[in-house]
Design a binder for this molecule. Structure first.
Ligand SMILES: Nc1ncnc2c1ncn2[C@@H]1O[C@H](COP(=O)(O)OP(=O)(O)OP(=O)(O)O)[C@@H](O)[C@H]1O
Ligand SMILES: [Mg+2]
Length: 539
């Protein structure tokens, strides 16, 4: 990459560095110091600029050089991303550890993708064809997928030559008559949403295999669910279980500020587990973006943009993508740290005043779209939130609540009683339920919605009966109410709870329906639910 400017470091405060360069642009990528640490311009002043360094700044000195790259931080997109674990700046961790060992030191890696690896390319266009942005010029076989290579947006021309067979990403795949070339990969500025033809309203679910989610609080393809939960309530296990089983083509898992050992266990497991849809290791449909708690905090802020750009890329290839992030609170803490080192005016709880707008512009990158190639692709998000002290009124949870369609509240009392997933069925909700009702009706059963409202009715009754029971005891309840309490207990134990470490970790929708039907049968027979009784006769 060509460097635009050269300047000097004039002051350093942690990972915040001031340089005498003044003609940089906001969010421009910079290389800082003798070790070429990657950074970004975060503030421009009259005769200096403030930079955020995303790598460990230990050893950085005044007077060391600063280079402006003339472009913003980018994500490299193309075949070879799947199965790889990247850091927040999209450097492949295996390449970093090969060079520096397990304790990563700053090194300069030119590209995130292996440009020498050989692939098989099959063209879909011929010499003389006129091609424009969005046209699929061919595809590369990548594990279980055919990875389309798409003409970049804004380009147009007549094809002069196109290759076939074994290629590397360093080779030009197609030459146009105007002399320009098309490669198998390209870069995209990570903070800029990728273009599409149009957004489409969500209408299909992401089947997570978690009964309480799919049945009571479903997530739509292209939608966003948040999972706020206090310490140890099961956020990580729930996200990882969904990453294993969700019925999507591609999973992007962003481990953001969480424990490193949890990520290494996840990778080991993913290498062993087989994706039932393709028969390939689960890892071959997964990209991991890892910025664990022991890695530089500042890069954590960039890591979710790396992850979402990767997600949008696969969406643009016509895939259904699920982005899981654990946890957005750690990202917000990184943002707070950067903001305070810039001495910005703090907002609520010390977070910058732009916290909510940053979060909503991130969440808005989810959606179902018609791609520039005319395919349908989707990017769905499931984001865990770790509110300090389990207080859901804190700014990160509140900001996400306003922008997300489903709220899966993890409950400390349930987790303490070892009821997992500890999703509170009284306080959680999904705004996607109505738009998905037809899908479940047409693809699973007419009874889906009927049994769903019956299940909710029983759980609500249990809640109100609990208060009465505290006063009069179970013996004081009427026989019918005792039946409600007994069935609700069974729903909790056999339907809403799911142990992530057993075969039961994943449940097909049809199986979900069988379980809930069997349990609620006694309720209907007991004459408790009159509407369902007549509905049941027609079923
Ligand atoms: N679905 C589940 N099935 C069985 N056990 C579970 C399940 N979910 C969580 N657990 C248990 O709860 C423990 C804590 O879960 P987890 O690490 O996911 O919590 P967390 O909310 O991510 O915690 P932290 O706030 O520390 O990040 C796990 O080690 C496991 O024993
Ligand atoms: Mg966790």
């Amino acid at each position: 990459m060509t460097t635009k400017e050269t300047g000097k470091i004039i002051s350093i405060s942690g990972a915040t560095v001031r340089t005498d360069l003044s003609d940089l642009t906001l969010f421009e990528r910079v290389s800082v110091g003798d070790n070429n640490l990657t950074g970004e311009v975060v503030r421009l002043e009259k005769e200096s600029s403030v930079l955020q360094v995303y790598e460990d700044p230990v050893g950085l000195g005044i007077g060391e050089p600063v280079y402006g790259h003339g472009v913003s931080l980018t994500t490299t997109l193309g075949p070879g991303l799947l199965s790889v674990m990247f850091d927040g700046l999209q450097r492949p961790l295996h390449a970093l550890t090969d060079k520096t060992g397990p304790f990563i030191h700053p090194i300069h890696l030119e590209t995130s993708l292996d440009l020498k690896k050989q692939w098989t390319f099959t063209p879909l266009i011929n010499n003389g064809d006129t091609v424009s942005g969005g046209v699929k010029i061919g595809y590369i076989d990548e594990g279980p997928f055919k990875h389309p290579i798409i003409m970049p947006n804004g380009r147009k021309g007549r094809v002069k030559t196109i290759v076939r067979g074994t290629i590397t990403l360093g080779d030009s795949l197609c030459k146009l008559e105007d002399g320009s070339e098309i490669f198998g990969y390209h870069s995209w500025p990570m903070r800029v949403p990728r273009p599409y033809r149009k957004k489409i309203s969500p209408g299909e679910p992401v089947i997570t295999g978690q009964r309480i989610i799919d049945f009571l609080f479903p997530l739509a393809r292209g939608g966003t669910s948040i999972i706020p939960g206090g310490f140890g309530t099961g956020k990580t296990i729930l996200e990882q279980t969904i990453a294993k089983h969700a019925d999507v083509d591609i999973v992007i898992y962003a481990g953001c500020g969480e424990r490193g050992n949890e990520m290494s266990e996840l990778i080991e497991e993913f290498l062993e587990l087989v994706d039932p849809r393709t028969g390939c290791p689960l890892m071959s449909r997964t990209v991991l973006v890892v910025n664990t708690s022991n890695m530089p905090v500042a890069a954590r802020e960039a890591s979710i943009y790396t992850a979402v750009t990767l997600g949008e890329y696969y969406r643009d290839l016509g895939f259904h993508v699920l982005l899981l992030a654990d946890s957005i609170s750690r990202w917000a803490e990184a943002l707070r740290e950067i903001s305070s080192s810039l001495e910005e005016m703090p907002g609520e709880e010390g977070y910058p005043t732009y916290l909510a707008s940053r979060l909503s512009s991130f969440v808005e990158r989810a959606g179902v779209v018609e791609t520039l190639s005319g395919d349908i692709g989707s990017l769905s998000m499931i984001l865990s939130v770790s509110p300090p002290g389990g207080d859901f009124t804190e700014p990160v949870t509140q900001a996400l609540l306003r922008t997300s369609g489903a709220f899966l509240m993890l409950d400390t009392t349930l987790a303490n009683s070892r009821h997992f997933p500890a999703i509170n069925w009284m306080q959680s909700y999904s705004l996607y339920q109505n738009v998905l009702a037809d899908h479940f009706k047409n693809n699973v059963s007419n009874d889906w919605e009927i049994l769903r409202s019956l299940c909710r009715e029983i759980m609500h009754k249990e809640e109100s009966l609990k208060e009465i029971m505290e006063i009069v005891g179970i013996e004081g309840l009427q026989e019918q109410d005792r039946l409600v309490m007994q069935i609700a207990a069974q729903i909790r134990a056999d339907f809403l709870a799911q142990n992530a470490y057993t075969e039961d970790a994943f449940s097909e929708p049809a199986k979900m329906l069988d379980i809930i039907r069997n349990i609620t049968d006694q309720y209907i027979k007991g004459g408790e639910h009159t509407t369902s009784k007549s509905e049941n006769e027609t079923l």
